[in-house]
Design a protein around this ligand. Structure first.
Ligand SMILES: [Zn+2]
Length: 214
């Protein structure tokens, strides 16, 4: 059995995968010389586990823009070389929600904001910068763009510009997949943060038994 030290630090856990025998699947972060990578791992020894993990990794690639380190490994990283932990965790959670035969689709950079009725659009400015626009606001003071930019900055650990509506990845590279993935979450920031808190407390409770499984 692989030790925890070899796996790295567990940063996210799906304690019951409803698409595959309720196994637990976890995301482990590992320090490498230049950056960090993550490993998608399960202690389950059921037949078909490696295919399930493969499907999760494939979905993470589409949803979050992560890449496999090697074609046959379940280790992933970001091509930019910077480790975007919050985005990796979100891509992992969303990937586990999909059945193995369900094709993942990258999320668009626009979404309707149900609460205000405004159309939110995020435009890439190059070099990892994204500007949030809101269409349909009566006047600028009612625009949801600043709130959504703050939400994106918080969820993806981005820098928020002084203009209040532009966010930037510190790696200076574009990450359309991450922005699309988190945009819907940023629209409902409070609910997202509540869900995350609930999920991580469940994860803590599930930790000892998950680590004992062979
Ligand atoms: Zn990056």
């Amino acid at each position: 059995m692989a030790t925890i030290a070899e796996l790295g630090t567990r940063i996210e856990l799906v304690s019951m995968d409803s698409h595959f025998h309720d196994i637990s699947i976890a995301l482990y972060e590992q320090k490498r010389e230049r950056s960090r990578v993550a490993l998608v791992h399960s202690y389950s020894s059921k037949d078909g586990v490696s295919e399930r993990l493969d499907a999760v990794v494939d979905s993470m690639a589409i949803l979050g823009g992560l890449e496999r380190l090697d074609s046959d490994s379940s280790e992933v990283h970001f091509a930019c070389g910077t480790w975007h932990r919050a985005a990796a965790k979100r891509a992992f959670l969303e990937a586990c929600k999909l059945a193995s035969d369900q094709a993942a689709e990258a999320r668009p950079l626009e979404a309707a904001d149900g609460r205000s009725g405004q159309e939110i659009c995020v435009q890439g400015q190059g070099s990892g910068r994204y500007r949030v626009y809101a269409e349909g606001a009566e006047d600028e003071s009612k625009s949801r763009a600043p709130a959504i930019a703050r939400g994106l900055a918080k969820l993806a650990e981005l820098d928020l510009d002084d203009d209040g509506v532009t966010v930037a990845f510190d790696c200076g590279q574009d990450h359309d997949e991450i922005v699309g993935l988190l945009l819907v979450r940023a629209l409902n920031l409070r609910a997202t943060l509540r869900d995350d808190a609930a999920a991580s407390s469940r994860g803590t409770l599930a930790a000892p038994s998950a680590q004992e499984q062979t």
